[in-house]
Design a protein around this ligand. Structure first.
Ligand code: EPZ
Length: 421
């Protein structure tokens, strides 16, 4: 397994371009299963999870042609099986996103039941309850979800919890249902809205986009000639590099991003002492050589502070001035990065779903191990400010969600290299 070695102490500066959002590309690639005709999608990030999704669609018989600019042409009309096999789903839970489209368009789906992961049990009960309310017959057998329906029927779905992929799966299923579906307590993440815009471009009739009540009027078929759609820029990748610059006291400009998708993160960075200026598709952060102040954050569904930025702010607070409290309300086990940072000298105490951080003058390099996507990124950030060479192991987690992280950090002046095993 590849490792990353980071030599701490460099101040980051310069510019970098943000890639397309992983959590928008995954549902949008799944949504191509709803279309009768080929679809072209651009700004696809170069990530392992995207490769896995393309392999999953390919195994179903879907044709995908990727060009050098990571545009992908998808033609699902050649589909020949409706299965998401265990060996793929266990590497990427988001494979569950093919369930709604398969049942809605082909009336059948066999999707391996996604297991939990390091950050939590990650149940999919709300996905299944919603499909059942829309008339699907769901059976769990042999570790697989077997779903079938002649034609889904519109229904009023009140989601017990705010679920991003649950909202996405049910919204996709509703596009081809008979009648109208209302999804209440829907997730409002920008990636959910990006999917809705894509579906409407394919001929779906979704209203209430960006709100917690989505109305989807079912249509008989989806697909429009010569459709091209560019994926939304990744707000979490954006936030991760901004935190890297804030931790090192540097100044960077991130381009090809959407400042209005990460207001809560920008507010917290300003509170930490960063000078932030923004344009329509760029953000500039300048720490003016200062250390960040500690900032307390509480994660919650969008537009509140995102759970996917929690580990990065824990890293920043570990070397900031003062004491802060990080409260994680979305996932039950998303502090695995803390014990690794403690090995680097961080002074963090865990109390239930709170991490109390007392900033230290500096961290010291150590061999550390990544456990999940964002935790692994936060260990790289800690390595940027630690004295010595930090070795981050199991970085396949990083490659799932960050497009060429070492190249982008090196471009900003970091001393970082990948060591193949
Ligand atoms: C999505 O995961 C993202 N993944 C996650 O990003 C992100 O952390 C999460 O939303 C929260 O924003 C993708 O979009 C592919 P949820 P998802 O369903 O949809 C509970 C990353 O780092 N729940 O919104 O799986 C669940 O246990 C990844 O890119 C149920 O109880 O998360 C959790 O406590 C990590 N039953 C809460 O809801 C269900 O049926 C939110 O989960 C579904 C969810």
């Amino acid at each position: 397994m590849d490792k990353l070695i980071i030599t701490g102490g460099e101040k980051l500066s310069g510019e970098l371009r943000i890639s397309g959002a992983k959590n928008s590309a995954l549902p949008i690639l799944a949504a191509t299963l709803l279309s009768k005709i080929p679809v072209s999608i651009g700004n696809i990030p170069h990530l392992h999870d995207i490769t896995t999704t393309m392999e999953l669609l390919g195994r179903m018989g879907v044709q995908l042609v990727v060009d050098e600019k990571m545009n992908v042409e998808v033609d699902a009309s050649t589909i020949k099986n409706f299965e998401a096999p265990y060996e793929l789903v266990r590497t990427m839970r988001a494979s569950i996103l093919v369930l709604g489209p398969l049942v809605a368009h082909y009336g059948t789906a066999h999707v391996s039941f996604p297991g939990g992961c390091a950050i939590g049990t990650r149940p999919v009960d709300l996905h299944l309850d919603g499909l059942i309310k829309m008339g699907a017959e769901i059976k769990i057998e042999g570790g697989y979800i077997h779903a079938k329906a002649d034609r889904l029927k519109g229904a009023r779905l009140v989601l017990e919890k705010i679920t991003v992929t649950g909202t996405e799966n049910l919204m996709m299923a509703a596009t081809l249902a008979e009648g109208t579906t209302i999804i209440e307590n829907a997730a409002k993440e920008p990636e959910v809205s990006d999917l809705a815009y894509f579906l409407n471009k394919m001929g779906a009739k979704i209203s209430g986009i960006g709100t917690d009540i989505l109305e989807i009027e079912g249509v008989d078929q989806l697909g429009t000639e010569n459709l091209h759609f560019d994926i939304l820029p990744d707000r979490i990748e954006t936030g991760t590099y901004l935190v890297a610059a804030a931790m090192t006291g540097g100044q960077i400009t991130v381009k090809n991003t959407r400042p209005n998708t990460l207001d809560a993160v920008l507010e917290k960075l300003k509170e930490a002492g960063a000078e932030i200026t923004t344009g329509e598709d760029w953000i500039k952060l300048d720490m003016k050589d200062k250390k960040p102040h500690s900032v307390s954050v509480r994660t919650a569904p969008y537009p509140a502070f995102p759970t996917d930025m929690q580990a990065q702010f824990t890293a920043m607070n570990s070397i900031a001035d003062g004491v802060s409290v990080i409260t994680e309300t979305v996932f039950e086990n998303r502090f695995m990065h803390v014990q690794e940072m403690q090995r680097m000298g961080a002074d963090i105490t865990l109390e239930s779903n709170n991490a109390i951080c007392r900033g230290v003058n500096n961290l010291t390099a150590a061999p550390v191990m990544a456990t999940d996507l964002r935790a692994s990124a936060s260990l790289v950030l800690a390595g940027l400010v630690a004295k010595g060479d930090t070795l981050v192991d199991r970085i396949y987690h990083i490659d799932r969600g960050y497009d060429h992280i070492e190249e982008k950090l090196a471009q900003l002046g970091a001393t970082i290299r990948r060591v193949p095993n």
